[in-house]
Design a protein around this ligand. Structure first.
Ligand SMILES: *[C@@H]1O[C@H](CO)[C@@H](O)[C@H](O)[C@H]1NC(C)=O
Ligand SMILES: *[C@@H]1O[C@H](CO)[C@@H](O)[C@H](O)[C@H]1NC(C)=O
Ligand SMILES: *[C@@H]1O[C@H](CO)[C@@H](O)[C@H](O)[C@H]1NC(C)=O
Ligand SMILES: *[C@@H]1O[C@H](CO)[C@@H](O)[C@H](O)[C@H]1NC(C)=O
Ligand SMILES: *[C@@H]1O[C@H](CO)[C@@H](O)[C@H](O)[C@H]1NC(C)=O
Ligand SMILES: *[C@@H]1O[C@H](CO)[C@@H](O)[C@H](O)[C@H]1NC(C)=O
Ligand SMILES: *[C@@H]1O[C@H](CO)[C@@H](O)[C@H](O)[C@H]1NC(C)=O
Length: 419
């Protein structure tokens, strides 16, 4: 079964091992691209290798696997599609250079790797009987983690400070993830686990963050989400990012219990834009420091107050639909000042269209003293944007064109004359 090179190395290792059972004093490297162990004896034959330079595959026929003697696997450790294996142990293994892949192991319940600290990547899928990790020292180094459909209730045993990807989904008993991660170079995606509390007390930046169906999120130090921060269908009532200053995009969608959000330092939203929609409970929110949004803004729901006191430029489109009495005047003014650069601007609220149009234009006018540009917004509702107005079912809608200001002055006179 083993290649000649391997056998030679093994013989050396065995000789060296005669004195010391653990082979710690003599580093013996066994090189073979891949070994498929179909019985425990195949693993025992490797026990003289302190380093195994290749992949180890645990075959579908193994009922348990004990990897003894090996301290380092330079390649992958893989076990797939084995419905009888109940235990995988590796008493002296400290490092797996490649991927640690376990997939479709329906009765596996013991995963004991007491000295394991470093793994290239973890890829664990469908391990319905794995409810805890016996990782005594604990893994502190792993670039990419994908864990799906296990019975784990915590990730105790995996403690990382940096990671490329951390993707954890459909682990229905998982109720806590707490890790001292400081940065995430690609993404964290935690979705559809148990009632999961997320705590990243040291996280400073992440490229992407996605949380779906989680119970709470704590990121006290988070300062930057470079690409996008997505929160969908979560269960929390409050969302807070006390130190977040910059996001590439922020989407807060369909969080049915969400009552309040707090982004006190957020000043810049990038090209992925801002969307806050279908959060049925939230009535009021504020982004006190947001001054620029490089993408679009979409706000939909039952809010009557969305406050952006510093907002001065939106490079994308703006779509606001509230089924409460929302005052569009701040956005109307931005639009009439050509500070909404996207092609479309819609702001519609549940109050009757004429009164909303009047009150919002009146408010914006008093703020800026620029009756013509403000009124351009209102008049556009009756001219350029008939389609979007009607689609909102009688709500007040404003889809003015940025080029309409001068023309709007004339319309404004007529408009105010009528009322
Ligand atoms: C898993 O094993 C079953 C039979 O036990 C087989 O039908 C299936 O193709 C295997 N899947 C993979 C991915 O090897
Ligand atoms: C994560 O960020 C990259 C850009 O760095 C982007 O292409 C990708 O779509 C993002 N993924 C998600 C889920 O947002
Ligand atoms: C907040 O972020 C800034 C960097 O933007 C950092 O200097 C500061 O220490 C952070 N504050 C907290 C409480 O983590
Ligand atoms: C994300 O932003 C932080 C803070 O500005 C920066 O240090 C980091 O290099 C950025 N990461 C990526 C992947 O762009
Ligand atoms: C928001 O709710 C509306 C009405 O129920 C639905 O049509 C729309 O697809 C939802 N949007 C999102 C992003 O879930
Ligand atoms: C809207 O919210 C802002 C910020 O929380 C608050 O200052 C303001 O009073 C609210 N406006 C109304 C009409 O409730
Ligand atoms: C606004 O005007 C520009 C040209 O200035 C045109 O391309 C665009 O289609 C107009 N948008 C609307 C909504 O009328």
């Amino acid at each position: 079964m083993f290649g000649k090179v391997f056998v030679a190395a093994l013989a050396l290792a065995a000789a060296a091992n005669a004195q010391s059972a653990t082979a710690t004093s003599t580093a013996s490297v066994c090189k073979q691209s891949e070994v498929t162990a179909t019985a425990q004896a195949d693993l025992d034959a490797l026990s003289g290798c302190s380093t195994f330079a290749g992949n180890i595959i645990l075959a579908e026929t193994l009922g348990s696997a004990a990897i003894n003697g090996i301290q380092e696997i330079e390649g992958n450790l893989i076990c797939k599609n084995n419905t009888q294996i109940s235990s995988i142990t590796a008493g002296s293994l400290a490092s797996i250079g490649g991927s640690f892949t376990l997939n479709g192991l329906t009765v596996l319940s013991t995963l004991s790797f007491p000295l394991l600290t470093s793994i290239g990547s973890i890829n664990w899928v469908t391990l319905p009987a794995v409810d805890s990790l016996q990782f005594t020292t604990g893994v502190t180094d792993c670039d990419d983690i994908y864990i799906s459909d296990t019975d784990l209730s915590t990730l105790t045993g995996i403690t990382l400070e940096t990671v490329n990807t951390l993707s954890i989904n459909n682990n229905l008993n998982l109720n806590q993830i707490e890790m001292p991660i400081t940065s995430v170079s690609d993404q964290v995606d935690v979705s559809y686990n148990g009632e999961c509390d997320i705590s990243f007390p040291d996280l400073i930046w992440a490229n992407n963050l996605t949380f779906q169906d989680v119970q709470s999120v704590s990121t006290p130090k988070l300062s930057t989400v470079n690409a996008s921060y997505i929160l969908i269908s979560n269960n929390f009532e409050k969302l807070s990012a006390p130190n977040l200053t910059t996001v590439g995009g922020l989407s807060i969608i369909k969080n049915d219990n969400l009552e309040s959000i707090s982004f006190p330092k957020l000043s810049t939203i990038g090209s992925a834009g801002l969307e806050i929609s279908n959060n049925t409970e939230i009535e009021s929110f504020s982004f006190p420091k947001v001054s620029q949004v490089a993408g679009a803004i979409v706000l939909k729901g039952s809010f009557d107050n969305a406050t952006f006191p510093m907002l001065s430029l939106v490079r994308g489109a703006v779509t606001i639909e509230s089924d409460e009495d929302f005052d569009c005047s701040v956005f109307n003014k931005l639009n009439s000042n050509n500070d909404i650069r996207g092609n479309d601007y819609v702001c519609s609220a549940a109050s009757t269209s004429s009164s909303s149009a009047l009150s919002s234009s009146a408010t914006a006018t008093s703020g800026s003293g620029s009756a013509s540009t403000t009124a351009a917004s209102s008049s556009a509702a009756a001219t350029t944007s008939a389609a979007s107005t009607s689609s909102t079912g009688g709500a007040a809608a404003f889809v003015p064109n940025t080029s309409g200001a001068a023309f709007g002055g004339i319309i404004a006179a007529i408009f105010f004359g009528i009322f």
